[in-house]
Design a protein around this ligand. Sequence first.
Ligand SMILES: [Zn+2]
Length: 563
Amino acid sequence: MKYLFLILFCSQFYSAYAQYPQDYFRNPLDIDLVLSGTFAELRSNHFHSGLDIKTQQRIGLKVYAAAEGYVSRIKISHYGYGKALYITHPNGYTTVYAHLEKFSPRIEEYIKQCQYQKETYEVEVFPTPDELPITTDEMVAFSGNSGSSGGPHLHFEIRDNAERPINPMLFGMDVKDSKKPLISGIYAYPKDENSHVNNSKKRVELRLIPNKNGDYSVESVEAYGNIGFGIVSYDQLDGANNKNGVSNIQTFFNGNKSFEMDFKRFSFNETKHINRYIDFEIYKTKRSRVQKLFAQSGNTLSMLKDLDNNGYLIVEDSTSSVYKIRVKDFKDNDAWITIPIIGKKEVKKEQEELNDIKPLHFAYANQVTTLEKGNVSVYIPSNTFYDDLHLDFNVSSDTLLMHKDVVPLLKSYTINYDISNYNDVDKDKLFIAELVGYYQRPSYVYTTRKGDVLSARTKSLGTFALQSDLVAPTITPVNFTDGKWMSKSSELKVKIADDLSGISNYRATVNGKWILMEYEYKTGVLTHSFDDGIVTDTENKLKVIVTDNVGNSSTFEATFFRK
Ligand SMILES: [Zn+2]
């Protein structure tokens, strides 16, 4: 019996601390690990799936394979990960390296062959294990800033054989962190009509009082019924100012655990539930991410553990309780928040709020909703929303008000515009735009046309309008002019732009042969490298064709010489 207990204890210990191979994967750079982003930290519409490793504000640092294996996937895209490399290892894990500047010569040659064969910059290939084997410590790429990256860094991931990203720190990768997590906001949430916090049936912000030791307290609250709490937290590592994510949050009600969020591993198909986990309305209106320490319907995040009453506490009348929140970083530095709670059933009658008139339209979360007015119809599939919802919906002169962008959506819905009242010439140039930000800037939503109906699918609520794009894209040479000698240049660069609907595609040829031009959307620059060996003649006729999202097209032609 004693031994059995010991075995059970050991196996638990084993699963918690050594489930992942230790020191199998090396630091993919040859500089110390300093992070600008941690695993599972909160990003827009997703949890961050890896580590963002700082590269000293530079691009071009050598990136090494974290272990031996083979290149199992290469993906190059304008947005997202930009240039990304996937290496699968004999132990079943795959490491991912993203936002790269370029690959090592051997891999670069392999992928360029694919690009020239398909005549596109964006490609995705899955080499077989014998095509690009990788040895221990092999240099596989150079770090960069490609794709949706806000500055030079290496995005590094470790995924298991089910494609689930896991915190690389669990594999023994180490960073310096001696500081406690920081808490910058706390909110209380009465769950229903029968509960309240400080006389409010709605979310209330509470005042955080920082203590000298890095913990926090909150003045005692009066409450009754089912209530939950939410916090704004972040962590800072040594040697960097970046606000990173924490690694674990637990709550205790009168000493009993009621909630845990453990940021160790997740699946890509659940990452969207971040919009249910955070207070989406606060995020959309104040850009602050309040993590709700309770689970509402539809929040199926596997990182949630040990939920008691879904993380809500039940506060009874005439009681005195203590609620504690513990926020940890990966190095087990922890910050505690203590909230004394006085149970008090009686509530002063809240003033009826005059502006609390509910909109007319109602959507049941588990049913299809269709809305129609004027020339606009909207189709919302069932289970688009987490909750039933009063929808603010209106149409006036081609502008569609689809509620406010403060409600998270689980899937896309469809907007249809009848354009039969437009004349035929104009119809071709119309698209559906979302009007975003304070200035209501039109942002293209992928639009298709069937006869006289324009359709767009979107995953956000907000204001939409028909827009017309009559202007073709612009194409401007960057490092040459017509008739120039370019023998000393290693690259050919042109800048492309479109003012309204945006660029849909581009194509460049020299003397009729397709040339690879890499598109960097952040600068709008297309770059061809003469190292590709395509430009071999002395006199070269360059032709670049750029098309926008409604089909307006521009052609740029120039002659350059090379010897
Ligand atoms: Zn990243």
